[in-house]
Design a protein around this ligand. Structure first.
Ligand SMILES: Cc1cc2nc3c(=O)[nH]c(=O)nc-3n(C[C@H](O)[C@H](O)[C@H](O)COP(=O)(O)OP(=O)(O)OC[C@H]3O[C@@H](n4cnc5c(N)ncnc54)[C@H](O)[C@@H]3O)c2cc1C
Length: 570
């Protein structure tokens, strides 16, 4: 029986991370729930055991149902019938299996019928699902919208919608419009108060909405007449049973074909305000998108996992010039780089999820009681780290998913170009990951702040201070040299105080921070599980040295006046 959790030890390793103890203690409020719910864990071991068991179920469903359906779903895709989405039979079967197995509402509190799992567990399920079918992963992982509803909705809204979602109701986040993509401040869908009926009415168009015919929508709309920027936007909940939203069409896409990307028309659709007016974009959608970005990091990691497995299996099996192609340096280098990028992606994915867990749970606890001063400090520290690591990880992992799936096709040669092999679908599916939930360029816009204010460097110094086994001394010293380069190029760019020039070099600086962070995370993995991670640490750090030297050369040999050539050329 295929099980995508049990066959992948790098997932189980995540439970052993030292921060898991703190995450579980906080999430379980020192195991107070055990008095009310007989299925709530009584201690750390019990909690990890319950995550392990549920991941085993997720692994089995993904291995036995979702992955075998992926090819058919990719070929058939969803359809629009009478303004409603009809999914491919394989998608319906996948959804039924996940709902029946209780895999909806993983992170929601028990009082709303959820499992009260930390983000690390939810992200792991997404990682597993994306390996099976990245398109289905979208549909399933949109349950993450419930986090935002839980965080900012009122008690009545929580009680109404969260148990529905835990029972299988699907969700969507309706943000993008034809003229509002990266710049969501330009959203124009109109929200008007309807005091007679005690609700709001939504009118306008949304486009590119994943699972746009969902049961529960979170919608960004302009509630303040006459405004043009983000301060005039609020967030609303639309319940499909109230009617008023039609699916005008489904996009004909390059990849994730099983996932319905919809254009929606809102005609006087009844909706309720979620949270306060005017905070829709500034606060709620920012939080919603950060959660979704973590989900896309997981999707990219799952795709790289699939790419590695496909590339390795083919390279071992395919023979040319009298031997298996994996014996050629050009081929084993590609496969090794795929594996190193995969392990590096997974390392930052779970590191970010741990940071998110700690600060989000502390914020939740703050609604129940006053935090102790040291808890307040902890919240501040991890919130900042989550803010810094989310765009960094989204940018690195999604670019890597594009590279790993590209190389996977290359390993397959001409066969990789054919529909007969899975790698062709993986490559198409990966292409969207560095576009939606904010393009890589927009992740860089968010991450450069943390380069310039030193968030990454401070965290890198913390990683440097970690005691590691002596076998890793050589790699640690090589990483320290890369940190020296980083400390040279950041001020070289920042000291110009020229914003256009800083924007121009921003991606290089962010990537440099990314390579170093990923290098240290792999060292930390190798410190705990030497045999499993030492090769990825070696290969990745070798790769990072090449990339960072290139970046340093570019920056040190780029007179600011040269910007003009680029501007004129474009
Ligand atoms: C398959 C799919 C599913 C989607 N699902 C959803 C969904 O569920 N909900 C939803 O609301 N939206 C969804 N989207 C929309 C998606 O988030 C946007 O497409 C994406 O954010 C980019 O916006 P855009 O397409 O308008 O591109 P644009 O914003 O027009 O960007 C075009 C180019 O300009 C660059 N650019 C723009 N601004 C800047 C800047 N300030 N600095 C540097 N470069 C910049 C971009 O990086 C990009 O290269 C989905 C899109 C797709 C394709």
């Amino acid at each position: 029986m295929a099980n995508f959790y049990l066959d992948n030890p790098s997932l189980k390793h995540q439970w052993e991370h030292p921060l898991m103890k703190r995450i579980v203690e906080l999430k379980e409020r020192n195991f107070a729930d055990a008095k009310t719910y007989d299925y709530a864990p009584v201690d750390l071991e019990d909690a990890i055991d319950s995550y392990d068991k549920v991941m085993e179920i997720a692994g089995e469903i993904c291995g036995e149902v979702v992955a075998p359906n992926a090819e058919g779903v990719d070929a058939q895709g969803p359809k629009v019938v009478n303004n409603r989405v009809v999914y491919a039979p394989g998608t319906t079967e996948n959804l039924k299996a996940t709902v029946q197995a209780g895999l909806m509402g993983l992170s929601m509190p028990r009082r709303y019928d959820g499992l009260n799992f930390p983000m690390v567990a939810f992200i792991m399920a997404s990682d597993i699902a994306a390996r099976a079918d990245a398109g289905f992963c979208n549909l399933w992982a949109l349950q993450d919208c419930a986090e935002t509803l839980y965080e900012f909705g009122n008690e009545e809204q929580r009680q109404k919608f969260i148990p529905q979602m835990c029972a299988g109701a699907t969700m969507s986040m309706d943000l993008t419009e034809p003229d509002a993509g990266s710049d969501l401040q330009a959203v124009m869908l109109k929200a008007t108060e309807d005091p007679e009926n005690g609700c709001w009415r939504l009118n306008g168009v949304k486009r590119f909405i994943t699972n746009g015919d969902s049961d529960i929508h979170l919608v960004l709309a302009r509630s303040e007449d006459g405004t043009k920027d983000g301060r005039g936007l609020s967030m609303f909940i639309y319940d499909k049973r109230d009617g008023g939203v039609d699916v005008r069409r489904i996009e004909n896409k390059m990849g994730i074909k099983g996932s319905a990307t919809c254009e929606l028309t809102y005609k006087n659709a009844k909706a309720q305000l979620c949270g306060q007016r005017k905070l829709g974009l500034i606060r709620y959608v920012m939080s919603l998108m950060n959660g979704a970005r973590l989900g896309i990091m997981a999707q990219a990691t799952g795709l790289s996992e699939a790419a590695y497995r496909e590339a390795l299996a083919y390279a071992k099996e395919r023979r040319q010039f009298g031997k298996a192609i994996i014996e050629f340096p050009a081929v084993y280098e590609m496969v090794s780089n795929i594996k190193a990028k995969l392990d590096a992606s997974r390392a930052i994915l779970y590191e970010t999820a741990r940071f998110v867990d700690i600060y989000k749970i502390l914020e939740d606890i703050e609604h129940e009681r006053k935090l102790e001063p040291e808890e307040k400090e902890e919240l501040k520290k991890y919130k900042k780290l989550a803010d810094a690591f989310t765009p960094l990880g989204k940018a690195m992992n999604t670019e890597y998913a594009n590279q790993t799936t590209y190389d996977c096709i290359q390993v397959h040669g001409g066969s990789g170009f054919m529909k007969d092999y899975t790698c062709e679908r993986l490559y198409r599916d990966a292409r969207i990951t560095n576009i939606y939930e904010g393009t890589t360029q927009l992740q860089v816009v968010a991450a450069i702040r943390h380069v310039l204010t030193g968030t990454y460097l401070a965290q890198i110094k913390d990683y440097q201070a970690e005691a590691l086994r002596p076998e890793l001394d050589g790699l640690k010293a090589r990483l320290a040299k890369l940190v020296e380069i980083y400390e040279q190029i950041v001020p070289t760019v920042a000291d110009t105080k020229d914003n256009e020039y800083i924007d121009f070099q921003a991606r290089r600086l962010v990537e440099c921070a990314g390579h170093i962070v990923l290098g240290y995370l792999l060292l930390s993995d190798a410190n705990r599980h030497y045999e499993e991670y030492i090769r990825s640490a070696e290969v990745y750090i070798q790769y990072a040295e090449g990339e960072i030297n290139k970046i340093q050369h570019f920056i040190n040999h780029f007179p600011i006046e040269n910007l003009g050539y680029y501007k004129q050329q474009a």
